[in-house]
Ligand binder design. Sequence first.
Ligand SMILES: NC(=O)c1ccc[n+]([C@@H]2O[C@H](COP(=O)([O-])OP(=O)(O)OC[C@H]3O[C@@H](n4cnc5c(N)ncnc54)[C@H](OP(=O)(O)O)[C@@H]3O)[C@@H](O)[C@H]2O)c1
Length: 393
Amino acid sequence: MTDDRPYDIVLLGCTGFTGGLTAEYLAQHAPADLRWALAGRNRQKLEALRDRLRDLADRPGEIELLETDLTDRASLDRVAGQTKVLITTVGPYALHGEPVVAACAAAGTDYVDLTGEPEFVDRMWNLHHETAVRTGARLVHCAGFDSIPHDLGAYFTVQQLPEGVPITVQGYVRAGGAVSGGTYHSAVNAFGRARQTVQEAKKRRAREPRPEGRRVHGIKRPVHRDAAQGGWVVPLPTIDPQIVLRSARALERYGPDFSYGHYMVAKRATTVGLLGVGLGAIGLLAQTKPTRDLLLKVKDQGDGPTPAQRAKHWFRVRFVGEGGGKRVVTKVSGGDPGYDETARMLAETGLCLALDDLPQTAGQVTTAQAMGDALLARLQRSGLTFEVLEPAA
Ligand SMILES: NC(=O)c1ccc[n+]([C@@H]2O[C@H](COP(=O)([O-])OP(=O)(O)OC[C@H]3O[C@@H](n4cnc5c(N)ncnc54)[C@H](OP(=O)(O)O)[C@@H]3O)[C@@H](O)[C@H]2O)c1
């Protein structure tokens, strides 16, 4: 990566809810000599944010402002060419994200986002992975609550087990939180794009090489009650298990035969039922434009939970790993998953790519594959908890 670029990190989308929290995190926690800039389409909003950051940080340093609009590719190319790492929180990614990935892949710039949209991630692999391999850009999607606790939690769990043996890991997610307008709009939009999601996944599967001589597969289990997990265990078909399996395909350490199951845990059956009905209704209404537009009116982009609300939010992911005759139980936990912890994870991912000594990778890569131990150490130092509850025995 070129060191002659003026910035280590550029943050795009910083005038929005999650981007604003990420800017605050960087202002308070990044090294004082980090060369970074705020990018967006509205100069006044950028200036107001910079003033807020000056009040917040003891040592804000000079934060540059860069004007760019996702609808203006030349302006994006200019920004991508000036930085080692570009972080973007502009979503829904399936609607707005592609030009940023294209600009970073072409410029050899490391790219980090917060998407949880499988269609977008697969489409970006189909369109830009090969270019990024050629230019050396690392394209890191899902660097927030989707999917870092799960990806690095599974990675951490695998490390507790013997090497060179078949390994099974199951992740059980519990969380209390709320969603921002941007997340809500991204979710509704994703529900309305089921057909495109299947098509992009199929296209990717047909072209993406599989690891030779090793098996990596998902575990499918029906909804069931599990006293050990403290309630009802429900398969969670988010992007997280896909990311864990991609890390397993990329890293030999996951062994010759790796399988992963991903679930949410709910105390009561009624919670499971209500969730199913709610998601089913949103899924149905998202299928046609008029009803989708009605759904989108429920919550405005730019809004999100208040600091007082976020202070009450939490998450815990418990992993059970088995391999080589050993069994280990680990846990990843933290505060507000969607925003405070997401801002921390996103910012630390950007810092890790910009500043740390990492294994050589390029193209679309997962957090475990590109940053593994270095990002794990950063997140632990910054306050996210990765712990072994029951050592391998
Ligand atoms: N997976 C996870 O763990 C996770 C967690 C949190 C958020 N997210 C995702 O992060 C994304 C952002 O969520 P949010 O609630 O922060 O959204 P938000 O508040 O609506 O912010 C959107 C940002 O995008 C900018 N933007 C929109 N169109 C643009 C354009 N054409 N050019 C330049 N900038 C543009 C907006 O700029 P203006 O201020 O100028 O309008 C704003 O800064 C969503 O996709 C959400 O799903 C994911």
